[in-house]
Write a protein that binds this ligand. Structure first.
Ligand code: CO
Length: 134
């Protein structure tokens, strides 16, 4: 059911500092930052040959990643995103395996314009897992 690793998301306290690190230390070319107010984040993508790194900076007072940053002031890995070919089928399957879907259980349109949803980290080995239909 699971396809490729779409991205690994890292929450950072300072997006421009994070971009400079990826440029100077790793020789990457970060995408221009995109504000996604409906998700409370500003996003930069680093394209790698086999996947992406998604750098997330909190946007707004009610950003869902602000608490994460309070617990991890230097930043840290926030979630992994796995591709699935069919979201409805994926939801049936994970639910059948006892894995809880966060929110109302239905997919929202994510930062890439595709349906996404998140699985409960307690049901996924302590890791927040995002599924993206791709
Ligand atoms: Co993501």
């Amino acid at each position: 059911m699971i396809g490729a690793l779409n991205h690994v998301a890292v929450v950072v306290p300072d997006l421009s500092k994070a971009c400079r690190l990826y440029e100077s230390a790793f020789g990457c070319t970060p995408s221009p930052p995109v504000a996604v107010p409906e998700h409370g984040v500003t996003v930069v993508f680093i394209e790698l040959s086999n996947t992406k790194i998604e750098l997330l900076e909190p946007l707004g007072a009610h950003s869902p990643v602000r608490k994460f940053l309070e617990r991890n002031p230097a930043g840290g890995i926030h979630h992994i995103c796995l591709e699935v070919p069919d979201m409805d089928e994926a939801v049936d399957r994970v639910a059948g395996a006892g894995v809880r879907v966060l929110g109302d259980g239905s997919a929202a349109i994510g930062a890439h314009g595709k349906p996404v949803l998140f699985l409960h980290p307690r049901d996924c080995l302590g890791t927040l897992v995002e599924l993206e239909e791709a």
